[in-house]
Design a protein around this ligand. Sequence first.
Ligand code: ATP
Ligand code: MG
Ligand code: MG
Ligand code: MG
Length: 530
Amino acid sequence: MRQKTFLLPTLRDIPSDADVKSHQLMLRAGMMRQNAAGVYTYLPLAKRVISKVEAIVREELEAIDVQELTLPSLHPSELWQETGRWDKMGDELIRLKDRHGRDFALGPTHEEVITSIIRDAIGSYKKLPLNVFQIQTKFRDERRPRFGLLRGREFIMKDAYSFHDTEESLDDTYQAMYRAYERIFTRVGLTFRAVIADSGAMGGKDTFEFMALADVGEDTIAYSDTSNYAANIEMAAVQAGNVENTNPSVQLLPVKADDEIIILLLGAGHELNEVKSLHELQVKSLSTLNDQEVQEAFSTEKGSLSIQTIEGYRLIADQSLQGASSFTIENTGDAVNCTELSIDSYADLRMIQEGDASPDGQGTIQFARGIEIGQVFKLGTFYSESMGASFLDQNGRANPYKMGCYGIGISRTVAAIIEQHNDENGIVWPVAVAPFDLHLLTLNSKNEEQAELSEKLYTTLKQSGWDVLYDDRPERAGVKFKDADLIGLPIRVSVGKRASEGVVEVKVRSTGESEDVHIDNLADMIQTKL
Ligand code: ATP
Ligand code: MG
Ligand code: MG
Ligand code: MG
């Protein structure tokens, strides 16, 4: 690709609206632009990375016989009413009406749609198991879209759904998907950890979240310092016996920590996803309240809360808080708008703390931050039962399918890769997902020898099978070097003063090592570096 005409609007300065490295670098490296909060255009450079990640995902899934299909983004409300999720999803579900006034949603996930297809399509145990996937744009009206591609309202997801006649069959596929995820995340260059999570009320049993380790991650991983134990913090608290997850009522724990009060909703038979959305309610600047005032403090637009004290925690129990979008602090009269509240470290919460004994009986708990890049989930029969999707078993009896679902955030994975692979000068792409393999620079494009040699190399390097970005712009060498570091392709080949001798400079982005090399040896040299 010739850079002169490539849509690559790089920026010198750090954009003021970007708080995390991946967001800053994707804007600066000309990879994307924002259209609305949580909605982005992927410019050509980003599109190439996304395609590479998608190709790796496809390869690994097809290797275990998962079939690709495409489900619609526009979902009739009737499907979501069958499972009760039309109401349950709340504001995260983007709803719209067609010209006839019929209700639709923009797909945030596709259990309902795929189950409706399979209930009409299969029928016999002989055709099971079935495992299908798609890679598609998803829509979720997140309460707090932020951090660029890490939490968008429109984002790319790979989602897979499997259908089974027996628990063993579901388990086989679940394990195979888990291993495929390990291969995928390893191949894209991520340092990650699979952690036990809670499958909540959806009838599921097992679930793992795959977490890319990064300080900016919104999730806290609780792991043992001496064993393989790793769980998300919510699940670790449950497994440690600190938190009950079976009580069907909604519980809120305001925990006072330094100058802020964190309100935490505990599982209590609700999906942890739901729980987490209320984790977001972190009320700041309330340091003036004493304990008693805290007890009296909260009322919501949907009614006030009753407060008790249990085991050292102040416990507020009230179902009505769910879905509330603002609180009033009664004795101060301050209104606290939920959309302004932020998720922060869970470390202050007493659910479980660093140094606690480990839920598996080995070692003590340590915390690390992670970005949820994927999840494997045994759904059980929640969807097949509520939607009447069954197969005939060997005895001709109808049974609901046992289901699994498996997600990977493709666009979030790209951002996570950048979080883990950057330095002060820009992105440092792992070879497997780099938008191009090589960056070819002409240091002085007015110099005929340099221009001629560059053109020749551009052709031959492409012929050797490499993806080449060719900086043929009439810019100063300094500008080209800065952009090359920012964009971060694995190998830079600079054609400069020694062009007349047929010598160019090769620089490896990840190590910074550089070497002059004769063009006769260039291909071999690049081969050893990639
Ligand atoms: P989170 O806990 O971060 O909100 P989730 O558990 O709601 O994510 P899933 O329903 O498990 O997400 O979706 C599968 C994958 O899609 C997630 O593991 C994540 O990688 C990705 N994903 C989910 N929400 C977003 C988003 N708003 N922006 C980008 N990627 C997302
Ligand atoms: Mg999650
Ligand atoms: Mg979510
Ligand atoms: Mg998840």
